[in-house]
Design a protein. Structure first.
Length: 653
């Protein structure tokens, strides 16, 4: 277990015994303690592993006290008291860490101790403390001035309690006059006592959004400040459910922000980045070279997209103001790397230099709560070109998404188009139809009288399905890799099969159709069985869907169902065309046609003359459905499970 302070996603909440003298003001917590909490009373809430066989840990107290000012300055004190119930929990709780941004924040560890349920102190402070930089990953590196304090504890064992309190002081909020935070009342473990206190001046009315709370907050006013308190006891554990939608009436949480509008957010970003859209000499020369030979405006856009999306490496540098302010295009081109906002800014700057109306777009690649305007809700930037009927969007970090398309992340999300005329447009990024996100496998050939199959294999993809295929073939194949790919694809059909004449595309060539093809031969597909031959199908089957349906029904459904999570927003198709010897007749299975709000599934078996055709097609769906619709989902899964064909008998008479 590790407590981590995050700028806009705080993981906790708490409810306690409040001292009467402090009822009208937030408690001041120091390293000497919290005057509003009786630790011995909290420790007595501890339990035993035997009483909680399905839990790793038990949250005895989850507490937050936030003193917020109108300019975004805040002092936030968090405390968690957690009991270890398993060895895994012991291992996790032995190491604690928090992170902060020096120069903008200060941290203070109030205490970190290990105790027994009777209050006996096992260790009063960490055995080891170290401050260090947050390491940058090598694949998609993020360079940040955030620091992390790591603390190792001694004496943690099953049944013991870790009591941890720390304070984060936002001295120079960034962006200024902005604050956004979330607080989860429900957790993956039961929470014995839960409390959040928000202390603000009486002339400040924060925007507060409460979701699914089964208790009311209290408010008090004293000495020019208003205190909101959310307190709960014995909060039950929320067990995760498969295909759960974000919109549900189960998970108790709340969020708050300083009062702002989305126009305020967009205008701040526009002002902070307004001097970043001028190209330097090096950038102009590099762009001119990249689009040389373009035959049309669309060609120029495509070649510019390739330069920014592929030739400029993705590296995030969030140092100083770099978390929200893009670097200059000249610096991005000269260094050869940039993050999402750097790439979007370079692309927009280039288009504006050509006289094309283009703008940065800020968003989050997940659901944004539109009721709480804050730049802190956003984590991504793309670009938009004005068109006669709206905007045309492009994500310059998606190196394997062709120009004119978008990866999955931004689609359907709320975003701000930050225009250069001081306007801010609130938009929803369009979603592509499910059918455009297609992956397919086609196998065609002939079966000889000995039961050996030879023919051709083809595989391809489009829309959001093409990314993995393009990534796998991002570089030309050498002879060794060509042999590996050929062998792997051939034996995936039948183990004895060999392949040759492999035709592939280069994944980074975004004009190339994502398609792989090879000739296959020698696959032992069928065996004699008296006057018949038994054909083995290289498809697998869907019979496991029945067990999956049973698993979904083991407990009553509480969460709404996200249909898109069931089969994905995709169309997947496999077609096998097999020419049989003259006079052979297949005993065709009935096939399956299953349709529901959660998707469609078709398994079709046909024989047209000598050609045996087997088609399997799954199409996903979109929508959020009530828990009461679970029987429709499980009925669909069981209908799919009827596609359990492994073999087809073929009469050879």
């Amino acid at each position: 277990m590790s407590i981590r302070h995050r700028v806009f996603a705080l993981t906790g909440a708490a409810s306690i015994v409040l001292a009467p003298a402090l009822a009208a003001q937030s408690p001041v917590v120091t390293p000497k303690g919290d005057p509003s909490v009786r630790a011995d009373s909290i420790y007595r809430l501890a339990s035993t592993p035997e009483a909680n066989p399905d839990l790793q840990s038990l949250v005895l107290l989850d507490d937050g006290i936030v003193r917020l000012e109108p300019d975004g300055r805040a002092t936030s004190t968090y405390r968690q008291i957690i009991q270890a119930l398993t060895e895994d929990a012991v291992e996790n709780m032995q190491e604690q860490s928090i992170s902060w941004v020096p120069g903008r924040q200060q941290i203070r560890i109030n205490w970190l101790r290990v105790v027994r349920p009777d209050g006996t102190v096992i260790s009063a402070e960490p055995a080891q403390v170290q401050d260090s930089d947050v390491p940058a990953e090598l694949r998609d590196p993020v360079y940040s001035d955030r620091r992390v304090r790591r603390m190792s504890l001694a004496g943690v064992a099953i049944g013991t309690i870790v009591d941890f309190s720390f304070t984060i002081i936002d001295t120079k909020p960034y962006p200024p006059n902005d604050h956004y935070a979330t607080w989860s009342v429900s957790m993956g473990s039961p929470v014995k006592r839960s409390r959040l206190i928000l202390d603000v001046p009486t002339n400040l009315a924060p925007t507060i959004v409460e979701t699914n709370l089964n208790f009311k907050r209290s408010e008090s006013v004293a000495k020019g400040r208003r205190v909101y308190t959310w307190a709960a006891a014995d909060v039950p554990r929320v067990k995760p459910e498969q295909y759960a939608a974000d919109s549900n009436d189960v998970y108790m949480h709340l969020a708050y922000a300083l009062p702002r509008t989305w126009a305020d957010v967009g205008r701040w970003y526009g002002a902070a980045s307004k001097d970043r859209y001028t190209l330097g000499e090096t950038a102009r020369a590099r762009i001119a070279e990249a689009v040389r030979g373009a035959a049309s405006r669309e060609d120029s856009l495509r070649l510019l997209h390739k330069l920014v999306a592929q030739d400029i490496r993705y590296v995030s540098v969030s140092l100083g103001n770099g978390g929200y302010v893009p670097r200059l295009p000249e610096e991005v081109v000269t260094t050869g790397f940039g993050d999402c906002k750097d790439k979007a800014t370079l692309f927009v700057a280039a288009l504006r230099s050509w006289g094309i109306r283009a703008h940065p777009v800020i968003l989050r690649t997940a659901t944004v709560d539109r009721r709480l305007p804050s730049l802190l809700q956003f984590n991504h930037a793309i670009a938009a070109i004005e068109t006669a009927d709206g905007y045309r969007y492009t994500d310059l970090t998606a190196a394997f998404t062709p120009w004119g398309e978008l990866p999955y992340g931004p689609q359907g999300e709320f975003a701000l188009v930050v225009r250069d005329d001081d306007r801010v447009d609130e938009v929803t990024i369009p979603r592509e139809p499910v059918e455009s996100n297609r992956s397919w496998v086609h196998i065609a050939g002939a079966l000889d009288t000995a039961g050996v199959f030879s023919g051709w294999y083809e595989q391809g993809a489009s829309g959001i399905e093409q990314g993995r295929l393009r990534d796998a073939l991002s570089a030309p194949l050498d002879s060794t890799r060509r042999d590996e790919v050929t062998r792997g694809l051939a034996t995936s059909i039948y183990p004895t099969m060999t392949g040759d004449s492999l035709a592939v595309f280069v994944g980074k060539d975004l004009q190339a159709t994502p398609r792989i093809a090879l000739r296959v031969r020698g696959g032992r597909a069928a065996t004699k069985a008296g006057p018949s031959i038994i054909l083995s199908l290289p498809l697998g089957n869907m019979e496991s869907m029945a067990a999956h349906a049973d698993q979904l029904e083991t407990e009553p459904r509480r969460f709404t169902i996200n249909a898109e999570a069931v089969a994905g927003p995709t169309l997947r198709e496999t077609v096998i065309r097999m020419t049989l010897p003259a006079g052979w007749k297949a005993q065709l299975p009935a096939g399956v046609r299953a349709t529901s709000p959660f998707g469609e599934f078709h398994a079709i078996y046909e024989q047209n003359g000598r050609e045996l055709v087997i088609t399997r097609r799954t199409v996903g769906a979109r929508g959020v459905y009530a828990p009461s619709r679970l029987p429709e989902l499980t009925a669909w899964l069981r209908a799919m499970a009827k596609e359990d064909t492994r073999f087809i008998a073929i009469s050879t008479n």
